[in-house]
Design a protein around this ligand. Structure first.
Ligand code: ATP
Ligand code: MG
Length: 255
């Protein structure tokens, strides 16, 4: 497996007036090509801090972080980010929002059209191409944000609780969509969530995080997502192995 990102024992502190908050402590992990990594942990354990550090928005206080053997120092389009809130340009159409990246890359109009069509169809929004952002539902907006990130063809996609604001029915549909996208595009994804089921059903690997001297307390290699690609009707959530692993992770988080 080709290693894309290497995180070597990083820690991140936030300096406040009166105190220093140790947000991320002694984290080491690799992101390999085609992995779907889920970062799971309770509120405040440093998940977003880890994602922002990988994205290049934050430089760690200790340790090193590399992409393809080069130190990450600034944000870069090779690492696409999808946030919990879609952050679209409200006065642009769906197409214009997705076209931003390819336009900045000086692609020809024909290439821009092809790229936008491809990814809008992958998120099932072809028909909404000319709609204004304010005309869309929350789930549709998040799909535009995903298409916009994919249109940059990033080497790694970083997603910070992208479905956190959605109702459970829409969320389930989005999970199926993101699994299909990952599979179809041979993507590499790091996905932050605090939903254990979501992590188990999407990831090929889970890192469990907690507040403390070592932010990552455990990792698990799993395969439910590939099984669901091969057989979408399989009800893995009812399997003993799935239930046991869920309980194990829950007890880790409650310790
Ligand atoms: N910009 C900041 N300045 C100061 N403290 C911060 C900042 N960002 C995060 N923190 C603190 O760092 C810790 C980790 O925050 P972080 O946002 O990484 O957690 P999280 O796991 O993403 O939580 P959530 O699930 O609620 O999004 C928290 O105590 C938080 O209050
Ligand atoms: Mg967060």
């Amino acid at each position: 497996m080709k290693k894309i990102i290497e995180i070597d024992n990083i820690s991140v502190n936030y300096d406040m007036d009166e105190e220093t908050i140790k947000a991320l402590n002694n984290v080491s992990l690799d992101i390999n090509k085609n992995e779907f990594i889920c970062i799971l942990g309770p509120s405040g354990c440093g998940k977003s801090t880890l994602l922002k550090t990988i994205a290049g928005f934050i430089i760690p206080n200790e340790g090193n972080i590399y992409m393809n053997n080069q130190e990450i120092q600034t944000p870069d389009k090779s690492r696409g980010v999808v946030f919990q809130e879609p952050n679209l340009f409200p006065w642009y159409t769906v197409f214009q929002n997705v076209a931003i990246g390819p336009k900045l890359n000086n692609r020809s109009q024909k290439e821009i059209n092809n790229i936008c069509d491809k990814y809008l169809s992958q998120v099932e929004l072809e028909e909404y191409k000319d709609s204004k952002v304010f005309e869309l539902s929350g789930g549709q907006k998040q799909r535009v944000a995903i298409a916009r990130t994919l249109a940059n063809n990033p080497e790694v996609i970083l997603m910070d609780e992208p479905f956190g604001a959605l109702d459970s029915f829409t969320r389930k549909k989005m999970q199926i969509m993101i699994r299909d996208l990952w599979n179809k595009n041979n993507s590499t994804i790091l996905f932050v969530t605090h939903d254990i089921d979501e992590a188990l059903l999407l990831g090929t690997k889970i890192y469990v995080m907690r507040r403390g001297e070592k932010s990552i307390v455990k990792s698990y290699d799993i395969d439910y997502t590939n099984r669901l690609i091969n057989n979408p009707k399989e009800s893995v959530v009812k399997e003993e192995g799935f239930i046991k692993l869920k309980e194990k992770i829950l007890s880790l988080l409650e310790e």
